[in-house]
Design a protein around this ligand. Structure first.
Ligand code: UDP
Ligand code: MG
Length: 320
């Protein structure tokens, strides 16, 4: 009925217990759809468990199963980007390996794609289930902070579960960022985008790969990849604080005139410490941007493929 092809793209980092289950779940969904041609493309992001062996075992009996295996862990975002390079479908669906992204949503995504949308992204509607209080708070703070400081606006709870039309994939493949922030990039490229709510399931097997520290790094990445606002903060702070001494001048003149001693040890120390801290912080912000320039100027590849059974028909190779 339909001669369009779909690529389901799944980044994998130590997910040996989930791979068979997700292949099965996807098979069931596609059985109930009009006969779309499809492939399941796993990107093994340097797993140190048996994930790759399990994937290869599946690929041996199921020609739809393709894989790319990295030489080491490059991170989920780079894995997604790699998958986009190798995917051959007219649309790419990215989803997590741990079954937190319900495959039953795929028909709805396809419907919205068929009716002309280029990006269909899923955002968490019920955010209270299966996440701890602390995670909820940090996740909310994450989106607030990224949105306030960055030039791309991300919906609260937007996830890496989405469908991308081929033209979006081709556009993403042309971006040379060494440390991509995939969620932001998808928003940034534009095109016709629509969101659908979903309820995340519990992780099927294994544990989350993201610590609080990794989330903080992701937030920093999200902000500094898309905005130079933090750099401008320094200017405003500088202007603001340089006005304070003006208020102090009348007091000094008054004291001189009346031969009064000017007290000041405590206020001096406070001022030195405060401005010392402020300057270090702003130096740090400068450093983050400088570091980004540095890593990008080396022009290293975004990922290194050690092994694959997927052709490289798609636009661009990794060795750019
Ligand atoms: N993942 C990856 N590389 C990494 C970390 C995670 O490819 O360095 C994959 C992981 O295997 C999973 C997806 O990214 O398919 C989401 O990871 P996880 O479930 O740990 O994140 P959470 O759902 O807790 O945000
Ligand atoms: Mg997960």
């Amino acid at each position: 009925m339909s001669n369009k092809k779909l690529s389901v793209l799944i980044p994998v980092f130590n997910e040996e217990g989930n791979i068979a289950a997700i292949v099965d779940a996807i098979r069931i969904v596609f059985e109930q759809l009009p006969p779309y041609d499809h492939e399941i493309l796993f990107v093994n992001d340097g797993s140190i468990d048996a994930s790759l062996q399990v994937i290869k075992r599946m690929a041996a009996v199921n020609p739809r199963v393709k894989f790319i295996s990295f030489s080491r862990n490059f991170g989920k975002d780079n894995a997604l980007l790699a998958g986009c390079r190798y995917a051959t479908g007219d649309a790419v669906i990215t989803m997590d390996a741990d079954l937190q992204h319900p495959p039953e949503l795929i028909p709805e995504m396809l419907g919205l794609w068929e009716s002309g949308n280029d990006v269909v992204y899923a955002y968490r509607a019920d955010r209270n289930r299966h996440v701890g209080k602390l995670n909820q708070l940090t996740s909310r703070a994450f989106y607030k902070l990224v949105n306030a400081l960055s030039d791309v606006k991300l919906e609260d709870g937007i996830s890496d579960y989405r469908l991308l039309d081929k033209k979006v994939v081709v556009t993403l493949n042309q971006l040379p960022e060494e440390r991509p922030f995939f969620r932001g990039l998808v928003k940034w490229v534009g095109f016709q985008q629509v969101g659908i709510p979903y309820t995340p399931a519990a992780r099927a097997s294994g544990e989350t790969k993201y610590s609080q520290r990794a989330l903080a790094r992701l937030a920093l990445q999200g902000i500094t990849s898309f905005s130079v606002k933090p750099l401008q903060i320094a200017i405003y702070l500088g202007f603001g604080f340089s006005l304070i001494p003006l208020l102090y001048i009348p007091y000094v003149l008054y004291s001189f005139y009346h031969h009064l001693a000017i007290s000041g040890w405590a206020s001096l120390i406070m001022t030195v410490l405060f401005f010392g801290g402020l300057q270090l912080m702003i130096l740090g912000i400068l450093g983050v941007y400088l570091g980004k320039l540095f890593t990008q100027s080396k022009q290293r590849p975004q990922f290194i493929v050690q092994e694959t059974n997927a052709g490289c028909e798609a636009a661009g190779q990794e060795s750019s």
